[in-house]
Design a protein around this ligand. Structure first.
Ligand SMILES: N[C@@H](CCC(=O)N[C@@H](CS)C(=O)NCC(=O)O)C(=O)O
Length: 117
């Protein structure tokens, strides 16, 4: 089966802006996916196995359950590269760098002041 057609699961939790970021990327690309809701007070073996470093959601599982992508901004870029559909990041390297700059700015300066789980 082509990797484009392999099933996609997104480990998420209610109200996570980081998981929403990954969902927006999947929606923009028109990729069907299954949401798997995590209880962050009782993390699943699936989450701990696929994200042993930070143990956070979102985690994107593509194909068999051993292919896991962690970190929402990494997931956005993976989804952009792995699936057909309209590009998310600009084609021009300079424009891509500017998009990444603002994504990191939001990550480090804006989201840090919002209390999250
Ligand atoms: N830098 C991470 C942040 C993800 C994050 O903060 N996820 C929260 C939910 S909104 C989480 O899983 N928290 C569980 C924990 O801290 O143990 C990303 O962009 O994916």
């Amino acid at each position: 089966m082509s990797s484009q057609k392999q099933p996609v699961k997104l480990l998420t939790t209610f109200g996570s802006p980081f998981a929403h970021r990954a969902e927006v990327a999947l929606a923009l690309k028109g990729v069907p996916y299954e949401l798997v809701h995590e209880d962050l007070d009782n993390k699943s073996e699936l989450l701990l196995r696929h994200n042993p470093i930070s143990k956070m959601v979102p985690v994107l599982l593509h194909g068999d359950d051993d292919r896991a992508v962690c970190e929402s901004l990494v997931i956005v870029e993976y989804v952009d590269e792995a699936f057909d559909g309209p590009p998310i990041l600009p084609a021009d390297p300079y424009d891509r760098a500017i998009a990444r700059f603002w994504a990191h700015f939001v990550e480090n300066k804006v989201l840090l002041i919002i209390p999250l789980h």
